[in-house]
Design a binder for this molecule. Structure first.
Ligand code: SAH
Length: 223
């Protein structure tokens, strides 16, 4: 039987984390020092089932409860870099899931607000982040297509589920100069990752970044 926390397991996880950083992130073009540091610091193994421990740093998404997924490490790093964050930024994440991406964001900016529609995931992510000491992440259970008006506007918003179109409510909660990174696609299975920057009142610059695959964003302005 394997004893979680043993030196052997820790060494093996550290080796796998190194491979993730070198091959899957740096090797594929992640350049931000802050993003690399955050990805090095956050223990992905603490956000998955113990039975998946050997896969903690694999180059793919992994299942979490409720049929949802924790995103592929490269995608978390890529989206985080695409947000072009400053230390003092306040960030809104839609789709807390395991809380992993929120933890990564919390190493880079002052405050992270994260919304999850499934109560059980919101609750377990809240407990997990608290026990790991990520005390600048705030979680709200609700429909993230409606954002989180109470703390708006945000310097950056990241959506970690695939939307049929850009929810207008999220655009409204973006500060001037703020960035929204969101997967959008006409069918629930495939999306294009978009970055929208708010230039002025109702003026946005839109860029297509790459093709991605996320679980669907379900809600009033989602599927
Ligand atoms: N960022 C997560 C990955 C989440 S998977 C991580 O690092 O683990 C996408 C999540 O979005 C799922 O947990 C799903 O329940 C949630 N979701 C889907 N539609 C949503 C909505 N309208 N509002 C909030 N969360 C939503």
């Amino acid at each position: 039987m394997r004893i979680w926390g043993s030196e052997e397991v820790k060494r093996s996880l550290a080796r796998r984390r190194e491979i993730m950083l070198r091959d899957h992130l740096l090797g594929r073009g992640i350049r931000s020092g802050e993003v690399m540091r955050a990805m090095e610091e956050v223990p992905r193994e603490s956000f998955i089932d113990e039975g998946l421990m050997d896969s903690a740093y694999d180059d793919n998404p992994l299942p979490i409860d409720e049929g949802q997924t924790i995103s592929q490490p490269y995608i978390v790093a890529y989206m985080t870099e695409a947000l072009q964050l400053q230390k003092t930024d306040r960030v809104l994440e839609i789709g807390t899931g395991s809380g992993y991406a929120a933890a990564v964001l919390s190493r880079i900016v002052t405050e992270v607000f994260s919304v999850e529609r499934l109560g059980s995931l919101a609750e377990s992510a809240r407990r997990r982040l608290q026990s790991l000491g990520y005390d600048n992440v705030f979680i709200h259970e609700g429909d993230g297509t409606q954002g989180w008006a109470e703390h708006a506007p945000y310097d950056a918003i990241v959506v970690t589920a695939g939307a049929p179109h850009v929810p207008p409510t999220l655009l409204k909660q973006l500060a001037i100069g703020g960035r929204l990174v969101i997967p959008v696609g006409p069918i629930p299975e495939f999306q294009v990752l978009l970055r929208l920057r708010r230039l002025g009142g109702g003026e946005f610059r839109r860029e297509e970044l790459c093709g991605v695959r996320f679980v669907p964003l379900i809600g009033a302005e989602g599927w």
